[in-house]
Design a protein around this ligand. Structure first.
Ligand SMILES: Cc1cn([C@H]2C[C@H](O)[C@@H](COP(=O)(O)OP(=O)(O)O[C@H]3O[C@@H](C)C(=O)[C@@H](O)[C@H]3O)O2)c(=O)[nH]c1=O
Length: 183
């Protein structure tokens, strides 16, 4: 696995090197030794999977507040998604900047999204599937979201938005009182 920087400090992109032969492909999806530089003392405590049927559907943007803030490692197992992370760290020089990567099974990229970032994605192929590794348990009372179309973020989604959960449609817009996440 190659751990690559992104334009936002702390947000990393991991390249996985798949082993291909006549039978198909073998890939290591997680290794605490190889990923130690980014995982540090964190532990993976939950593994989630989602399948999203419709091209253009968006999930996000989601995050958990401290003390339930988490690192998420996200990869695409099927289809194609445009995965975006937004820097919400209070006092970060890149506060409210975002970075996106297209994730596919073929490019085998994994976004390593640390605490203090919002995360979302848009589906670019039908029935796209994502695998998430989390370093904190799901804590709905600590969870918050931002609007995918928040003008303060200006995220340039690659496809027309076709579907959104009721919850994601109701997130508040960022206003002058929004301080970000204090870690
Ligand atoms: C995220 C999550 C949801 N759920 C439940 C709550 C709800 O009934 C159902 C669907 O949840 P949601 O609508 O929040 O699912 P979804 O909108 O897909 O939420 C996900 O979005 C992406 C962008 C992320 O980054 C993920 O961490 C997660 O927040 O699953 C769990 O039981 N455990 C979990 O970890």
């Amino acid at each position: 696995m190659n751990i690559c920087p992104s334009p936002i400090a702390g947000l990393l992109v991991v390249e996985t090197i798949p082993y291909a032969d006549v039978r198909g492909v073998f890939s290591r999806l997680f290794c605490d030794k190889e990923l130690a530089p980014l995982i540090s003392s964190r532990q993976i405590v939950q593994v989630n999977h989602s399948r999203t049927a419709t091209v253009g559907a968006i999930r996000g943007l989601h995050f958990q507040h401290p003390p339930h803030a988490e690192m998420k490692l996200v990869r695409c197992l099927k289809g194609r998604v445009w995965d975006v992370a937004v820097d919400l760290r209070q006092h970060s020089p890149t506060f409210l900047h975002w970075h996106a990567e297209e994730l596919t099974p073929e490019n085998a990229l994994m976004m390593a999204i640390p605490e203090g970032f919002g995360h979302g994605f848009q589906v670019l192929e039908p029935d796209s599937e994502l695998l998430y590794l989390h370093t904190a348990h799901y804590t709905p009372e600590a969870e918050e979201g931002l609007r995918y179309d928040d003008p303060h973020l200006g995220i340039k989604w690659p496809h027309t938005v076709t579907e959104l959960s009721e919850r994601d449609a109701k997130h508040s817009l960022i206003d002058a009182n929004f301080q970000g996440i204090s870690l």
